[in-house]
Design a protein around this ligand. Structure first.
Ligand code: SF4
Length: 343
């Protein structure tokens, strides 16, 4: 039977939630839910209360496992944090324990995957990738791909990634590891992750979207995004003053990268000002009139997806190196755009 799009079958692991509360003897918990899971807030809160704790739902935006609200838990005197929707990433020594409940999905993937395999017919070996919600379906995707005549590769877990074949919006360790063995990638999930795979590997990439039951080659869109990035870097070559942003979310906090950025900007004879922000949004940066270009040391997807909205270049640190003539654009693309070792 076809699932209603509004009724995506997440596994909320309510039994495990109760166990965590009881075993931790938690009197108060802070629950973090990404958009998409918030419609289940009442059900989750009720379950936690039944287990004997006071649940508080964190209502600020949350886009990744990197964004754990340790400071909020401290202010609220929460004994532990429950983070829904991502696999394990962060802990804080001396801070409240964090439990990641992955919210796996039990979706019928076959229609989307068969459509994707049609688009992959011209290619030989394929690599597979997905998000934590669908890692349980990757074996079935591999079977379907093999039946369609492809040799199949799935990259080993590494970096921030917990499972073989899993990708995050900023971590493509698994696909980079196998890119040399495959002609193309099949990504089970959303366009957001498929575009990331295409940019990180430079390989033809087809999304199989099980929510909409559609497939799409995202190559053209990935190339369009990279062309926009190149234009931003070119614009920043003329900048006299750079605003270097330190992201305050725990997993995005890279002050050492920001300080390196300040150093290279000043060595090139320009000015640099350090900014710190929890949320990097166009309206919050609009008033910094002295700044010609920003450098975002936090989530790289902000630069990739939202750059046009900022009205000025919003470079990543490796892109800054290109703008200042310390790295070639081709080298950045060959390194998979998301990270340049040693930069
Ligand atoms: S840094 Fe950005 S892409 Fe990476 S996990 Fe956090 S929100 Fe996702």
């Amino acid at each position: 039977m076809r699932e209603d799009k509004d009724e995506i079958p997440y596994d909320l692991e309510l039994g495990r939630l109760k166990e965590i509360v009881k075993e931790g003897k938690a009197k108060r918990i802070l629950v973090q839910l990404p958009f998409g899971l918030r419609k289940h807030a009442l059900e989750i809160a009720r379950t936690a209360e039944e287990a004997g704790t006071l649940p508080i739902i964190h209502a600020d935006p949350c886009h990744g496992a990197c964004d754990i609200p340790f400071w909020a838990a401290e202010i609220l005197n929460a004994d532990l944090i429950i983070h829904y929707g991502h696999s394990e990433m962060l802990s804080m020594p001396g801070g409240p324990p964090v439990y990641y409940l992955e919210a796996r999905m039990n979706l019928d993937i076959e229609e989307a995957v068969r459509k994707a395999l049609k688009l992959l017919e011209p290619y030989g070996p394929v690599g597979l990738a997905t998000t934590v919600q669908h890692v349980g379906s990757l074996g079935r995707v591999a079977e379907l791909a093999r039946s369609a005549g492809h040799e199949v590769f799935i990259g080993k877990a590494g970096g921030w990634v917990k499972y073989d074949g899993q990708v995050l919006g900023c971590d493509f360790t698994t696909v980079r590891a196998i890119a040399g063995h495959v002609d193309a990638f099949l990504v089970l999930g959303s366009k957001f992750h498929a575009i990331g795979v295409a940019i990180a590997t430079g390989k033809p990439t087809v999304m199989a979207n099980p929510y909409e039951r559609v497939a799409e080659d995202v190559g053209r869109e990935a190339r369009r995004i990279l062309a926009r990035r190149y234009a931003s870097v070119e614009e920043a070559r003329e900048a006299r003053c750079f605003g270097i942003i330190i992201g305050l979310k725990p997993g995005q906090f890279k002050p050492q990268v920001a300080l390196r950025a300040v150093k290279v900007v000043r060595e090139s004879g320009r000015e640099a000002i350090l900014l710190a922000a929890n949320e990097i949004r166009p309206e919050y940066l609009a008033d910094f009139g002295d700044v010609d270009a920003f450098v975002n040391t936090a989530c790289p997807r902000l630069s990739l997806e939202d750059a046009g909205a900022f009205g000025r270049p919003l470079l990543t640190y490796p892109e800054l190196l290109v703008a200042l003539g310390k790295l070639r654009w081709e080298e950045l693309c060959e390194a998979g755009w998301f990270g340049v070792p040693g930069s």
